[in-house]
Design a protein around this ligand. Structure first.
Ligand code: FES
Length: 101
């Protein structure tokens, strides 16, 4: 387990993904129904940052070709994406969001 500080909880807004770079990893943080979630931030189709896209119904829509991923599971749910994105366990300690890389 490698818990890494990612952001402060107060920086997160519901339905507005927050991009963070943890070492070499592009991560997107989300506040989804009051719970903090973390996914890899790069689409598995081509290079696009998912945090530039939109959230809807628990999914993040890629800004480039509108593929969708389930934020909770990382599953690819809408063409043209077929490969899932990685999701990361999150621990909230006070105002600190810690991501388990
Ligand atoms: Fe994300 Fe094409 S780059 S759907």
């Amino acid at each position: 387990m490698a818990l890494v500080f990612a952001a402060n909880l107060s920086e997160l807004v519901e339905d507005e993904p927050l991009p963070v770079k943890l070492g070499e990893e592009h991560i997107a943080l989300y506040l989804l129904d009051g719970e903090v979630r973390a996914t890899h931030n790069v689409c598995t189709h081509q290079f696009a940052l998912l945090s530039d896209g939109y959230t809807e119904d628990g999914c993040i829509e890629c800004p480039l070709h509108q593929g969708k991923f389930d934020i909770r599971t990382g599953a690819a749910v809408c063409a043209p994406v077929t490969q899932p994105i990685r999701v990361y366990p999150v621990h909230v300690e006070g105002d600190a969001i810690m991501v388990d890389l």
